[in-house]
Design a protein. Structure first.
Length: 276
């Protein structure tokens, strides 16, 4: 039985390339959630900001614009394809240092005023060690603000296409509990406890609920769902072309027939402070 691939291998393979190719579309779809993160984090002029799992750069660019020329942004990710896309994008405000590294172990300077992340903290091999390392990157009183998904059942933008595909193929075995994955921190109370164990003070979570436009019509929404996110992996595992086409047809038919497709998304906005 082959060894499972690491998160670094995963995000440097086909998945990372597809996410980089779809940067503009992903940023458009997730914009309501991205705005909630940036407003919750509140980057201030002159601050030094650390972006964890920066991906193709959207949150780092927004933080740089808020921090201004007197600030600085350090943006870290393991994915070379997404970092290449991030580096190619125009930036304003604070200078951005794009770093290819694992935030769980990278030796950050303890100088940051704010650490933020949009959907980047659910994929660490050891979450407690990762959050402790991020805390050490913050100056005393430095803030942490991260956005992560709540439960699958609360996220129709994932569950609707997933249920459509599972009407054609069997449900895969569940992932081991506590392992890397998009819904790792669905339990907000467990996330609060974990942040406390990592040495943070005043950990808290607040719900963020938004409607996402995942496509201008059913075909575009189905293509988006089939290309990125948890449902994409499920489709890639279908070896038989006819079965795959049946699954794609079911996916398209699950979307509203007319107009833009809006589906709900549910997240936690988690915050904490480095007590020093």
């Amino acid at each position: 039985m082959p060894e499972p691939i690491t998160q670094t291998e995963y995000w440097n393979g086909d998945v990372g390339t597809r996410w980089a190719d779809m940067q503009a579309e992903l940023d458009r779809v997730f914009a309501p959630l991205t705005n909630a993160l940036i407003e919750g984090a509140g980057p201030r002029p002159g601050e030094r900001v650390l972006d964890i799992g920066c991906g193709c750069g959207e949150t780092a660019l927004m933080a740089a614009a808020r921090a201004g020329s007197g600030g600085a942004v350090t943006a870290v990710d393991v994915s070379r394809p997404m970092l290449a896309r991030a580096r190619a994008r125009p930036a304003t405000g604070a200078p951005i240092a794009w770093i290819e590294a694992d935030a769980q172990t990278h030796p950050f300077a303890p100088e940051h005023d704010l650490a933020l992340s949009r959907f980047g903290v659910m994929f660490f091999e050891d979450s407690r060690a990762a959050f402790a390392n991020i805390r050490r990157a913050l100056r005393p009183g430095g803030r942490l603000t991260v956005l992560c998904w709540r439960a699958l059942a609360e996220n129709p933008w994932v569950s609707v296409p997933r249920d459509a595909v599972l009407s054609v193929v069997p449900e895969p075995p569940p992932s081991p509990p506590g392992g890397p994955g998009p819904f790792r921190f669905a339990d907000g109370g467990a996330l609060v406890a974990l942040l406390g164990q990592a040495g943070f003070a005043a950990p808290a979570v607040a719900p963020v609920d938004r409607s996402l436009e995942i496509g201008a019509d059913a075909a575009e929404a189905a293509r988006f769902s089939a290309t990125v996110g948890p449902i994409a992996g499920l489709l890639r595992e279908i070896a038989d072309p006819l079965t795959r086409e049946r699954a794609l047809t079911a996916l398209r038919e699950a979307m509203p027939a007319q107009g833009p497709v809006h589906l709900g998304a549910a997240c936690w906005l988690a915050t904490a402070v480095n007590p020093g």
